[in-house]
Design a protein around this ligand. Structure first.
Ligand SMILES: Cc1cc2nc3c(=O)[nH]c(=O)nc-3n(C[C@H](O)[C@H](O)[C@H](O)COP(=O)(O)OP(=O)(O)OC[C@H]3O[C@@H](n4cnc5c(N)ncnc54)[C@H](O)[C@@H]3O)c2cc1C
Length: 459
């Protein structure tokens, strides 16, 4: 079977679908989406059963279809914030998106197909069920929506060895097996490990039965500053604090101290200086509960789990057969090297505005649909690698601010950004008369120029 299309999108996760949805809304183009997985939604197919979006559903997904109903959460640690979809809801949503796109007759989805590569405009995909290889002729471009492919515990290979005698499971298995164990060792510093610890606390496991292996501590954004719609003024306040800290701090340490003092960033242990920043978020009540876990091991990364001990870079701790070791060590979003997004025959989807994967992919679809040179498209889309350490915060913020400045100077892009449901700030114009918004905007506009200048010389 030979296939011909305008755009071959490799990866039908959140990014590939958001790109396809957006370019199809703007231009009369034909799109073929391929994915190794048998269903759309990318890594969400392999997440742990108790996962939820960390960000509100209101600005996640694809541009043309709402996710959720913009309700406020009524109970629990995130009470009062905008709803966050569960993993199942996200999978069902993306299934609906794929159905909607294919129903137009302008998109085809090839599940369980591996993109093998290509030369010029001829690409090969293998049907993983039959083994057949098909040629896809691409009239315009291939869209690499897998460059930043997300790594999750269920499918990754841990970087350490585990002796068969110990109980070791990916976080996905926790609900099934937790009742059989007395003690738990959660391995990982990121948001997945946070979710595992909170799940254990929520299911009656006392904090002193949990050991947490945290190779690096992490800074978290306060969830209150990443809310859309009627809470957008608080979000603007958070952004103004970023600009202020970047403009005024004397060095990296001072910058993070200011961000913490202003409430923009938070750390679990006030006595330990985090070196990790991955732009994830927590609420104050989540933070308070996590602080109950006092058995935190900071001896570097795990090298092996033996029957009676855990061997780490900088030491060992005892373990035993009554301990369930919970793997939360997958990297999540990759901090891949930045490459130009718009190339000769290829588009490589990457982050442009930080913390907004859906928005970025949709924006890139919109930018591709315009009659403009690649130089112009790349000017509007500087790739901004995902952060990993505190050193990445400055370059990441600078590129985000520069990109936003470029969008604001282009009326079409500015208008698309202003109306996109995936834009966290889309409700800003309706809240301009709130005192908090006015104050935050004034502080942001005063500081963002000096902040960009300062971050240009100081990494
Ligand atoms: C637990 C968790 C929670 C998260 N929560 C949020 C959140 O709340 N808000 C937010 O904005 N972001 C969140 N993220 C970030 C998240 O990674 C993105 O939102 C998004 O889902 C990533 O989608 P993607 O399409 O870029 O990548 P993926 O989901 O990894 O999709 C890439 C796809 O490409 C396919 N593929 C790769 N190579 C090939 C090939 N050669 N041929 C065919 N197919 C191929 C893969 O099979 C995969 O399906 C979260 C991430 C994790 C891990």
């Amino acid at each position: 079977m030979d296939i011909e299309t305008d755009y071959l999108v490799v990866g039908a996760g959140a990014s590939g679908l958001a790109f396809a949805d957006s370019i199809m809304a703007e231009a009369d183009v034909d799109v073929v989406l391929v994915d190794r997985r048998s269903h759309p939604a990318g890594h969400w197919r392999d997440v742990y059963p108790f996962v939820r979006l960390h960000s509100p559903s209101a600005y996640y997904g694809v541009n043309s279809m709402p996710l959720g109903q913009d309700r406020l959460i009524e109970s629990g640690r995130n009470k009062g914030f905008y709803e966050q979809a569960s993993g199942d809801e996200i999978c069902a949503y993306f299934e609906g998106v794929a159905e909607h796109l294919t129903s137009t007759g302008r998109a085809r989805f090839l599940p369980a197909h591996d993109h093998l590569g290509g030369k010029g405009n001829e690409h090969q995909v293998r049907d993983l069920r039959s083994g057949d290889v098909h040629t896809v002729r691409v009239r315009r471009r291939v869209v690499d929506a897998a460059y930043l492919e997300t790594s999750v515990p269920a499918t990754h290979q841990p970087s350490f060895t585990v002796t068969p005698e110990v109980s070791f499971v990916p976080v996905n298995a926790l609900p099934e097996v937790a009742d059989s164990y007395q003690r738990f060792t959660v391995i990982g510093s990121g948001k997945t490990s946070v979710d595992a610890c909170l799940w254990l606390l929520d299911h009656g496991v006392a904090a002193d039965r949990i050991r947490w292996i945290r190779p690096r501590d992490m800074w978290f954004n306060d969830r209150a500053h990443l809310q859309p719609l009627d809470q957008v003024a608080k979000t603007m306040e958070g952004i103004s604090r970023d600009a202020e800290a970047a403009a005024e701090a004397s060095d990296l340490t001072d910058r993070f101290e200011r961000l913490e003092a202003s409430g923009r960033l938070m750390r679990i242990d006030p006595g330990v200086w985090p070196t990790m920043f991955r732009a994830t978020m927590l609420s104050q009540p989540e933070l308070e509960d996590l602080r109950q876990i006092e058995d935190v091991v900071r001896l570097g990364r795990v090298r092996s789990i033996d029957a009676d001990r855990l061997v780490l870079d900088d030491g060992e701790v005892p373990t035993g057969s009554d301990v369930l070791h919970v793997d939360c060590s997958a990297i999540g979003l990759r901090a891949s090297k930045a490459v130009p997004i718009f190339g000769d025959d290829r588009i490589v989807l990457q982050q442009v505005r930080y913390g907004s994967p859906s928005f970025n992919a949709a924006l890139l679809g919109f930018i591709e649909s315009r009659d403009a040179s690649d130089e112009d498209k790349n000017r509007l889309s500087p790739p901004d690698p995902h952060p990993s350490s505190i050193e990445d915060w400055g370059p990441m913020m600078r590129l985000t601010w520069l990109a936003q400045l470029a969008w604001s100077q282009d009326p079409d892009v500015d208008s698309w950004v202003g109306s996109s449901r995936l834009n966290l700030m889309r409700a800003l114009p309706e809240h301009l008369d709130e005192p908090l918004m006015q104050d935050a905007l004034t502080r942001y506009l005063t500081h963002v120029g000096p902040a960009i200048e300062r971050l240009s010389v100081r990494k």
